[in-house]
Design a protein around this ligand. Structure first.
Ligand SMILES: *Cc1c(COP(=O)(O)O)cnc(C)c1O
Length: 363
């Protein structure tokens, strides 16, 4: 069995250091918002190249908190994509706003700037581009449109830790940016976790207060806030894993090269990388008009293939009221297939997957 992702393999790869980090927290007697979270926030901000990082409970809460910090609330509209983890949309609803979906471009599966311009209304307060699968969205175009109208841009970086757009890390472009540390992400904890990053001092300070009940001083709320904290154990684990992130992303990228070479001659659409972008291959997603057949047959042979995501958000029962005409989103959802991809996957395993796929095409 070759799984699509394998967080346990990553734990085992760094077991000694991670066990030591956990033990250090257990022995410290301090479990919430202490030295580990503080240190991780500094280290992660430095890694992304921004001034402020605020550790929170999950990626969904990071987006919710960022929206709240930007003043988004009831009656506002937030533009994003339907081709994303439903979490992006959950966060918009948690903030009390209405999601407005725009289509994606068919090459990178990220927000199409052309559609974005048409979707803006007087109620638009923020735009959330998603760097899906580890490929950066078209930030120059998106930022230019947003700046023209004074709309906030909040990057959803949950799948793109370490990805580069024109030489700079994603997460350093928007007014704020949000990360998830769900165990399978490129930087994953061993439980839930997330972070909001920003270069803007006011937004950063607002986010710190919002994280814990709107407290400036303990027990005195200055405005209504949330409770969404990264815990000390997860922060200590993340500090270990952050030191391996670039190496892990490189391992993903080398495995991707094997897939590109091995699958080049088959009737499959392979991931495209836009010029000036560094893809970090959170997922290796191919497209086939025969997707369902491939999925069934590969699973039967013990390959943990998956679909991210089978039903676009605007077609899901909970979100039909926000439906729009999104032809690329719907076409892509019918054809995509995620092949196994994680840093500890071996070349041999990838070649085995390639051979199975080849067999299915050529018999
Ligand atoms: C994982 C993910 C999230 C949510 O993160 P959680 O930590 O699971 O709440 C948000 N957006 C995208 C694109 C994701 O992949």
């Amino acid at each position: 069995m070759i799984p699509v992702a394998n967080p346990k393999a990553q734990y085992l790869a760094h077991k000694e250091e991670i066990d030591e980090a956990i033990e250090r927290v257990l022995q410290s007697g301090w479990y919430i918002l202490g030295q580990e979270v503080k240190s991780f926030e500094l280290e992660f901000a430095a890694y992304i190249g921004v001034k402020h990082c605020i550790g929170v409970g999950s990626g969904t809460e990071a987006l919710h908190l960022a929206l709240r910090a930007c003043g988004v609330g009831s009656g506002d509209e937030v533009i994003s994509v339907s081709h994303t983890a439903v979490a992006t949309v959950t966060a918009i609803e948690l903030a009390g706003a209405d999601p407005v979906f725009v289509d994606i471009d068919r090459d990178t599966y990220t927000m199409a700037p052309e559609g974005l311009k048409r979707a803006i209304t007087p109620r638009t307060k923020a735009i959330i581009p998603v760097h899906i699968y580890g490929h950066p969205a078209a930030m120059d175009e998106i930022l230019a449109i947003a700046r023209e109208q004074s709309i906030f841009v909040i990057e959803d970086c949950a799948q793109a830790h370490g990805a580069l757009y024109k030489g700079k890390k994603v997460g350093s472009f928007g007014d704020m940016a949000c990360f998830s540390f769900y165990p399978t992400k490129n930087l994953g904890a061993l439980g839930d976790g997330g972070a909001v990053v920003t270069d803007n001092k006011d937004l950063g300070e607002k986010a710190v207060l919002l994280r814990e009940y709107g407290w400036a001083k303990r027990y005195i709320s200055h405005f209504s806030g949330l409770n969404t904290r990264l815990d000390e154990i997860q922060a200590a684990i993340l500090r270990v894993k952050l030191t391996y992130l670039d190496r892990d992303n490189m391992a993903r990228s080398n495995l991707a090269l094997l897939y590109y070479k091995g699958l080049a001659d088959l009737d499959l659409v392979l991931p495209k990388v836009r010029e000036g972008c560094t893809h970090v291959f959170h997922l290796f997603v191919v497209r086939s008009t025969n997707r369902d057949d491939l999925l069934t047959k590969l699973r039967a042979q013990g390959v943990g293939v998956s679909v991210h995501y089978p039903l676009p958000v605007h077609l899901q029962p909970a979100y039909k009221k926000f439906a729009r005409d999104l032809p690329n989103t719907e076409l892509v959802a019918r054809e995509i297939l995620s092949l196994p991809m994680y840093p500890e996957l071996s070349d041999t395993q990838v070649i085995r997957v390639i051979n199975m796929v080849e067999e299915l095409f050529h018999g």
